[in-house]
Design a protein. Structure first.
Length: 230
């Protein structure tokens, strides 16, 4: 059934990609990659369950976060050496789009096998799970995207910076999964992605949106000054 959800979401998005251009097209493409990386992780996990059968806690808190954080962000690595200003503020947003795309399919997989205590309880659980998972995957991927954004903007590459931020994202993801598995600590797990997103919203300057707005506002001012001189 997960394949039906994947292709049922993918095909309409591909039609959308055909008719839009610029940054919006790239955002959709990274969202599509997030969906695709989720189906890849699903297939890998299926093979692990069949041939390896590891400890569930080890799988969920260490192996899966390592795989997911790498696969979600993979296309972003190719933007480090891209020239021009077009990617000056966009890479973090692309990374977040990939993470949120990933969460769509993961949420379906998780919610489809979960038991709900009544209609009201099920709605609350679905909303809470969808909110925290989308923020978690979007924010951890955006965190890695921030490192790539810095390297792109300042035209350098640091393996240790990239590795450090990647391991930080994995650690946050791993902690979220561990708290979610620990009875009585699920509330703490819910707070992690919310706090992380709020910090990123502030520290990343809403992923460059303010900088883009300031640049766009400065153009008419220059035009008016030139017009006044003439």
């Amino acid at each position: 059934m997960v394949e039906a959800v994947y292709f049922g979401t993918l095909i309409p998005l591909l039609f959308l990609v055909v008719v839009i251009h610029g940054e919006y097209r790239k955002l959709i493409l990274f969202f599509v990659w997030g969906l695709t990386s989720a189906i890849i992780i699903y297939l890998i996990n299926t093979l692990i369950d069949i041939y390896i059968v590891p400890d569930e806690t080890l799988l969920l808190t260490q192996i899966i976060p390592l795989m997911e954080e790498f696969l979600k962000i993979f296309p972003i690595f190719f933007l480090i050496r891209k020239k021009g200003k077009v990617y000056r503020y966009n890479i973090i947003r692309f990374a977040m789009a990939s993470g949120i795309g990933f969460s769509i399919l993961e949420n379906y997989l998780y919610l489809s096998i979960s038991a709900f205590p009544g209609v009201r309880g099920s709605i609350v659980f679905i909303i809470t799970r969808s909110l925290t998972a989308s923020l978690l995957h979007g924010s951890t991927t955006a965190l890695i995207g921030y490192a790539v954004q810095i390297m792109h903007n300042y035209n350098f590459f640091s393996f240790f910076l990239l590795l450090g931020i990647y391991l930080l994202a994995v650690s946050i993801h791993s902690t979220y999964n561990l708290l979610g598995l620990t009875k009585g600590l699920q509330v703490a797990a819910i707070l992690i992605p919310i706090v992380l997103f709020m910090l990123e919203y502030y520290l990343f300057n809403f992923f460059g949106r303010k900088g883009v707005r300031q640049n766009s506002l400065s153009i008419p001012v220059k035009s008016e000054i030139k017009g006044g001189i003439k």
